[in-house]
Ligand binder design. Structure first.
Ligand SMILES: [Zn+2]
Length: 111
């Protein structure tokens, strides 16, 4: 029982780390990309359009990489993904489960 609550505490800590190091920079990158895009479009500046697209693309990549790095189950060290209808982990689409109660791989308590 103590081990279960420990995994929940550790998972909450990892979620916070992911929010600060994964989601926050991505929001800033995509926001910067959108601002740049809204400036480049009426001015027909293709160089800045390219840069804006690159910023948004890097934002998406950063999100996936940091999720793979920080958003893991503390017990089995696997990324906590969404589960399919039958409860097995879905690895095809890279969707993270933001409020899992148990790990889809090892059933450790995360909440
Ligand atoms: Zn696990």
């Amino acid at each position: 029982m103590t081990e279960n609550s420990n995994s929940a505490v550790e998972f909450r800590r990892r979620k916070r780390t992911f929010a600060v190091r994964g989601i926050l920079p991505v929001l800033l990158l995509i926001l910067a990309g959108c601002v740049m895009m809204s400036w480049a479009l009426p001015n027909d500046n293709s160089a800045f359009m390219l840069l804006a697209n690159a910023l948004i693309f890097v934002g998406g990549m950063w999100y996936v990489i940091s999720a793979k790095r920080y958003y893991r189950c503390p017990v089995c060290e696997k990324v906590v993904v969404n589960t399919k209808e039958d409860g097995t982990p879905s690895e095809i689409s890279f969707g993270i489960d933001y409020s899992p109660s148990v790990c889809p791989y090892c059933a450790a308590v995360l909440k």
